[in-house]
Design a protein around this ligand. Structure first.
Ligand SMILES: CC(C)(COP(=O)(O)OP(=O)(O)OC[C@H]1O[C@@H](n2cnc3c(N)ncnc32)[C@H](O)[C@@H]1OP(=O)(O)O)[C@@H](O)C(=O)NCCC(=O)NCCS
Length: 199
């Protein structure tokens, strides 16, 4: 079975929360953290961007709870110059991932009309800065094997495959080969990054 067509859950880890790219918010855009009511923005962005899993208000509550203070610390949004919410990502905390505390990059999405403009990189940079402040020494994320754009982005941000079984390693070889053969031609090296500095 082709796992890139039949998606499998895959994991990536970043062994430290140092040295990631610090990118500026593009001129005219605004980065804002969760405020009550932003659930609507989360839903509209994910409903537009997400093709694989059902996006519902219940999913938001199931994954993130409903404590506004927690969400304000961990969930950010990018607004376009016209004030449209166009992207979001959440930084979760997992005290017991692989037996140790990790930050988790969770539910990254950019609305299709705004993709390909570098906005996901800005969201990744922002959420890693926030996770670093929140204190876990490392970060991880889960995604699926067919999300090659996202995987390429994560590789670029210094996340590496967590593949503990032969099956997972074989799948990762397939993924990396697919990324190599894709429009960007080669797997990017994690650093340096085009703009801004490094944390
Ligand atoms: C993945 C996603 C967040 C990327 O958002 P984006 O704003 O378009 O991404 P950016 O423009 O910041 O590009 C970031 C990187 O993504 C990758 N990427 C973006 N578009 C790509 C494309 N058409 N082909 C290959 N890689 C691509 C590249 O690595 C790119 O960096 P580069 O241009 O320096 O090579 C967006 O496509 C999305 O929301 N997808 C649906 C939801 C999803 O899959 N989320 C991830 C869940 S784990």
């Amino acid at each position: 079975m082709n796992k890139l067509i039949e998606p499998s859950r895959i994991l990536m880890v970043r062994q430290s929360l140092e040295g990631f790219p610090v990118l500026p918010v593009p001129e005219g855009f605004a980065l804002r953290w969760y405020e009550p009511g932003f659930e609507e923005h989360w839903l509209s962005i994910h409903l537009a961007a997400e093709k694989e899993i059902p996006i519902t208000p219940e999913l938001f509550t199931r994954r993130f709870g409903s404590d506004p203070a927690v969400l304000a610390a961990r969930q950010c949004y990018l607004f376009s110059p016209d004030g449209i919410p166009v992207g979001t990502v959440t930084g979760w905390l997992d005290p017991e991932f692989e037996g140790a505390p990790h930050g988790r990059v969770h539910f990254l999405a950019v609305a299709p009309a705004w993709q390909g403009k570098g906005l996901a990189k800005v969201l990744m940079s922002s959420i890693l800065q926030r996770l670093k402040k929140l204190g876990p020494p490392r970060a991880y994320l889960a995604t699926s094997s067919n999300r090659l754009r996202a995987i390429r982005l994560y590789l670029n941000f210094g996340f590496t495959p967590l593949a503990k079984t032969g099956e997972a390693q074989a799948l990762w070889q397939e993924i990396l080969r697919a990324i190599e053969l894709g429009p960007h031609k080669s797997v990017p090296s994690p650093l340096p990054f085009p703009a801004g500095g490094a944390a």
